[in-house]
Ligand binder design. Structure first.
Ligand code: AMP
Ligand code: ZN
Length: 142
């Protein structure tokens, strides 16, 4: 269902204009209004989902095919040397718009390396084992 008070629902369904590079019956792919790099795009499902956890299996399955298609087009059209796929869920992860979206970020040799990064920490084998077990246990319930 689309939500009238959701800006990305309105953009995805064409009620608000955007720089659309791709559209099919399920998704619209637009240029980000404040791009991190030349050609930074957002894949928006036309149905509202707050985040990945609300996105239907059907949308999840189709999403990666759209991502690969537009990423490849950006590589060819813009001469990008690399592409980051980024998808934020929840404020803790940096999500600012509560309508699922996947960032497709073309990358160029020598561009701003700080765009998608984290600080690598040394791992503790015991802690890693506990984490491995906790996630596997949760998965076994699904
Ligand atoms: P996130 O932090 O993952 O929620 O990313 C939200 C993204 O949406 C940011 O990169 C914004 O620049 C972008 N954005 C917000 N409003 C618009 C808009 N009206 N049109 C295009 N991009 C937008
Ligand atoms: Zn929405």
């Amino acid at each position: 269902m689309k939500k009238d008070d959701c800006i990305f629902c309105r953009i995805a369904n064409g009620d608000i204009g955007s720089n659309t590079v791709y559209e099919d019956e399920d998704f619209r792919v637009i240029l980000d209004l404040n791009p991190g790099s030349r050609g930074h795009m957002l894949i928006l499902p036309k149905e509202h989902a707050d985040d990945l956890f609300e996105l239907s299996d059907e949308y999840c399955e189709k999403l990666m095919l759209v991502a690969r298609k537009v990423a490849l087009a950006a590589k060819e059209a813009l001469g990008a040397q690399g592409i980051n796929l980024v998808q934020n869920n929840g404020e803790a992860a940096g999500q600012t718009v509560k309508h699922f979206h996947m960032h497709i970020i073309p990358r160029y040799d020598g561009d701003d390396r700080g765009m998608v990064n984290w600080t690598p920490h040394e791992s503790d084998p015991e802690a890693q084992k506990q984490i491995e077990e906790a996630i596997k246990s949760e998965l076994s319930k699904m």
